[in-house]
Design a protein around this ligand. Structure first.
Ligand code: IPT
Length: 957
């Protein structure tokens, strides 16, 4: 005898269909006059361990939920003290047996009792809809005891007709949410698994004759300068646009001269759709998207995407974002010259797209679809190639397109991400084209571009991108005729991404390359008292991908990381260049549409990094794509000999804009004039034995070991060669990368445990010379290292000579000296700043005079790693010491050693010690993007090679 005890009442959870009861999808809009009631707020909540552990009696009238917990809607219960979040990249956190899900299926019952507001229209007049904007991953809904449906498709809206069920007081809305469902197989995006009602819940009154669905078609003819508007509406009505004197019936086209919409010039016209029962505000942007001459063109011009991949993220609220956070994202993007967003990997909250329309961002709107985990079984049983799932895929495509079709910012529809290939994707593409021929279709997984209008790659190496740019990549005929975008590149995990300036040069050199989207916008760290920010594994997940979830240009609290500052510089819309000595600066407008009239230009003349004169620079309002040579003023007189001089020319906002104030720096260029005189120290003093010490000018040394002890009154400990850096996420590389991963090789070779053998301390003539060999246990490679000290009585010069011995097959992480100071706080330097830089992340480093503190010089990566180096430093002062470089050096200082930094897993592991550790580096290895992509280009390697470099130390009083 067999028993089947599974309750039939939860079968819908594992049903591949999108659900039942919901209304057909339609445009998302806020009515001017129809009433609505937000049901966001505090809800009663009960968590159970399985889909059918509790019956549905809680949905019935009279149920007493007085002893239930409370959660905030929108929100995720796992971030509100009930259960835990789980992070996996592509592995499903449950056995892969589609469409079955585990018996352990956290299920959250949500209850909300509400009254209608007093001015809510008579229930007999018109109907009402209940809208859920996002629930992960499967919900079943009852209103006043009547079941109204169930649905899947977490980041898509679902509406239910509820007019007949409403009461004026005491409505009971019951929602049962299951963490796992058949839908979970379609939602394997690389992010936290976060169940809950995480977007708004709204009751919408629908008066008789109200608008249902409508489609705003607003195209622009760049030849005539005219726009054509036609609003197709399910309910007939009129469309007015006062600024254009438009007043036409729905369905009727009208053509008038207009200013077009673009991300650079986001001109929106306010209009209104008036149906017999409702007024709907419209924000109309006229623009035409086309694939022409093998290029993505908007309004007749090819566009260059300078984009980011944006997941929705808030360190405390997860994917439940409020409007202010969404606006902050848009403002930060605009302020950092970003012009495009891919909504990886699902349609965002609809308010985000309204902001993109308003502030101006090109959008690739991506469907809520990823089945990445099937890669582990060579894509066998992939839902996108299984007809049983096609209705769910089409439902998702329709819910995205219908919801978002009226946004001018959306120029490309994306079928999803990392879902392999299959008939379901083709069906989605066909449906989308049939419904909306005015936009292009994207899907990266379609390598032959059978279903798509753009060739898309992720993490392609520079070399491949260049080949594609030159049209040498082969591929199908269709693909060869399409432009390339990198839907993901520049993996911003930890320190990095490196090499983005090199990508940008390629994008600008080859027309076929239409730019890319950095992976990704923000670190998904979860605020956590134990760790600062938590990442994968911090909640005891049995399967997780660690800090791979922290790979954004913003830290979790939205502080820009150095990667964003670098990206801003690399993609700046104006190029400012030239040789300062010849008195002219070249200004090039790199925008696709706008002229330079929104910008003002300034110049500054700097001596040893400090501005001594500045003024404004008249620059013509060059059209997009134009450039000009502009004369600089005569350089100031009386500059002392030996000083380093330069011009800095900046492009700033001429007026306040919606996204930044007047004076906000959009672009800048440095034009060097005279180089500095290198520091020289006449070796007039010699070493003098003094018991256990040797003195040399202002310094004392240990007579036996030659170790530096003091410079004047400043105590110095542990000065020696240093080649180790706490490997960055990009040094470590992703485990699946086939090419060399330096972090691993460095550790294998023992570069973190170098031994320093003392060969000789030679005290004679005008120098103290210390000969050493620096090498790791177990290997024959080494670095013969000679420290040569000289002095003129006041200043102390150290020259380090390094000669590699043996067969060095790996580059060095860094090459320089490190030492400890017993105290230091304020730091001043002349060199690159204000932020960190590395060989392939140095575009934004500005040569100038900078001030900070030891703590301020740290870049707080969520997982601690090498950070904080300042490039091209001429001199630095801290802890009573002045250090001058010959040549310039990389400078960092921290309250812990590189070894402690390496051992730390979270920010909270970094505990300041009494010593400030200073690194003065002659070289740093590049950063690259190998945490998911190419390592540093060979020209950024720090190869072991003979090197000599000097520092001049003096005490500052
Ligand atoms: C690519 C994914 O599309 C993205 O979601 C994210 O996981 C990113 O990688 C890495 O952070 S897939 C890539 C592993 C080929």
């Amino acid at each position: 005898m067999t028993f089947r005890t599974t309750s039939a009442s939860a079968d819908y959870v594992e049903d591949v269909s999108p659900g039942s009861g919901a209304l057909p999808p339609r445009a998302w809009y806020a009515s001017s006059d129809a009433r609505s009631l937000s049901l966001n707020g505090s809800w009663r909540f009960r968590l159970s361990a399985a889909a059918d552990a509790e019956d549905d009696s809680f949905a019935a009238e009279g149920y007493d939920a007085g002893d239930w917990a409370e959660v905030t809607v929108p929100g995720h219960w796992v971030l509100q003290g009930h259960g835990f979040p789980v992070y996996t990249n592509h592995l499903y956190p449950f056995p892969v047996d589609p469409p079955r899900v585990p018996t352990e299926n956290p299920t959250g019952d949500h209850l909300r009792v509400f009254d209608l507001p007093e001015d809510w229209p008579d229930l007999a007049e018109g109907g009402a809809l209940l809208r859920f904007d996002g629930v992960e991953s499967c919900a079943r809904v009852w209103l006043n005891g009547t079941e109204i449906g169930e649905f899947k498709g977490s980041r898509l809206p679902h509406e239910f007709a509820v007019g007949g069920l409403l009461k004026t007081v005491g409505n009971i809305l019951a929602v049962r949410v299951h963490q796992w469902s058949a839908g979970s197989y379609l939602e394997d995006q690389d992010q936290w698994w976060l169940p809950g009602i995480f977007r708004d819940v709204t009751l919408l009154h629908r008066p008789a004759g109200s608008a249902l669905d409508f489609f705003v078609h607003a195209s622009y003819d760049h030849v005539t300068g005219e726009g054509t508007l036609r609003v197709d509406s399910d309910v007939d009505g009129r469309v007015t646009v006062p600024a254009l004197d438009i007043d036409v019936a729905t369905g009727e086209p009208v053509t008038v001269p207009v200013e077009p919409w673009s991300a650079e010039t986001p001109r929106l016209y306010d209009g209104e759709l008036v149906t017999p029962g409702e007024r709907v505000p419209l924000r109309i942007g006229f623009r035409t998207v086309a694939l022409e001459d093998g290029l993505i063109k908007v309004n007749g011009r090819a566009v260059l995407f300078k984009g980011v991949n944006r997941h929705e993220w808030h360190p405390e609220r997860g994917r439940a974002l409020d409007l202010e956070t969404m606006r902050e994202d848009v403002l930060l993007m605009k302020r950092h010259n970003v012009n495009a967003v891919r909504t990886s990997h699902y349609p965002p909250h609809p308010a985000f797209l309204e902001l993109c329309d308003e502030y101006g961002l090109w959008v690739i709107d991506e469907c809520d679809l990823e089945t990445h985990g099937f890669v582990e079984q060579d894509w066998r049983d992939n839902p996108v190639d299984d007809d049983r799932w096609t209705p769910a895929l089409l439902d998702r495509a329709a819910r995205m397109v219908e919801r978002d079709k009226n946004h001018p910012s959306v120029v490309i529809w994306s079928l999803g991400n990392e879902a392999g290939t299959g008939r379901g994707l083709t069906a989605m593409a066909e449906w989308i084209r049939g419904r909306d021929a005015s936009r292009l279709v994207h899907y990266e997984g379609d390598v032959d571009c059978r279903d798509t209008d753009v060739y898309s790659r992720m993490y392609a190496f520079h070399e491949e991108v260049e080949r594609i740019g030159r049209g040498l990549d082969g591929g199908t005929l269709k693909r060869r005729r399409l432009p390339l975008i990198l839907c993901e590149y520049g993996h911003a995990m930890g320190n990095g991404p490196g090499g983005i300036a090199d990508y940008q040069r390629l994008f600008e050199a080859h027309e076929r390359l239409q730019g890319g989207f950095i992976w990704e916008w923000i670190d998904h760290g979860i605020k956590d008292d134990r760790y600062g920010y938590a990442y994968g594994g911090d909640f005891g997940e049995e399967l997780h991908d660690g800090n791979f979830v922290c790979d954004g240009l913003l830290f979790p609290d939205r502080t820009p990381s150095p990667g964003l500052v670098e990206f801003k510089k690399v993609i700046e819309p104006v190029a400012i260049s030239g040789d300062g000595a010849d008195g002219t600066v070249r200004i090039a407008n790199k925008q696709d549409f706008a002229d330079l009239s929104a910008l003002a230009f300034t110049w500054a003349f700097q001596v040893d990094g400090e501005t001594i004169e500045s003024g404004s620079l008249p620059v013509p309002a060059l059209a997009a794509g134009e450039s000009a040579e502009v004369k600089l003023p005569a350089p100031p007189e009386g500059v002392p000999g030996g000083a380093e001089t330069q011009w800095t020319v900046r492009a700033v906002l001429a007026e306040d804009t919606a996204w930044a104030p007047q004076g906000h720096v959009v672009a800048w260029g440095r034009l060097p004039v005279a180089a500095r005189a290198l520091p020289s120290v006449a070796a007039t003093e010699g070493p003098v034995p003094d018991g256990a010490l040797i003195t040399l000018g202002p310094a004392s040394f240990d007579a036996r070991t030659g170790a530096l002890r003091t410079i004047g009154s400043v105590e110095v400990t542990g000065l020696r060669l240093d080649v180790w850096r706490a490997p960055t996420d990009n040094d470590e590389g992703a485990p699946w990368q086939s090419d060399v991963r330096h972090g691993e090789l460095w550790r294998k070779l023992g570069l973190h445990r170098m031994r320093h053998r003392l060969d000789a301390v030679e005290s004679g003539g005008d120098a103290l010379t210390v000969r050493t060999r620096v090498a790791p246990a177990g290997w024959e490679v080494g670095l013969s290292t000679v420290y040569r000290w000289t002095s003129d009585g006041n200043r102390l010069r150290l020259t380090v000579s390094v000669t590699p011995e043996g067969d060095w097959t790996v580059p060095l992480p860094r090459l320089g000296v490190r030492f400890g100071l017993s105290g230091a706080d304020a730091v001043t330097w002349f060199g690159g700043g204000p932020g960190e830089a590395y060989p392939d992340t140095r575009a934004a480093s500005q040569v100038g005079r900078w001030r900070s503190t030891v703590d301020g010089m740290q870049t707080p990566y969520v997982r601690p790693q090498e950070n904080g180096a300042r490039a091209d430093v001429r001199w630095a002062e801290l802890g009573g010491l002045r250090i001058e470089g010959d040549p310039e050096f990389w400078f960092s200082a921290r309250r812990w050693t590189n070894e402690q930094l390496d051992a730390a897993r979270h920010r909270t592991d970094l505990v300041p010690g009494g010593t400030v550790w200073v690194n003065l580096d002659h070289g740093q290895h590049g950063i690259g993007s190998q945490s998911c992509g190419p390592g540093p280009l060979p020209r950024y390697y720090l190869n072991a090679a003979p090197a000599e470099f000097s520092f001049v130390f003096s005490e500052v009083r």
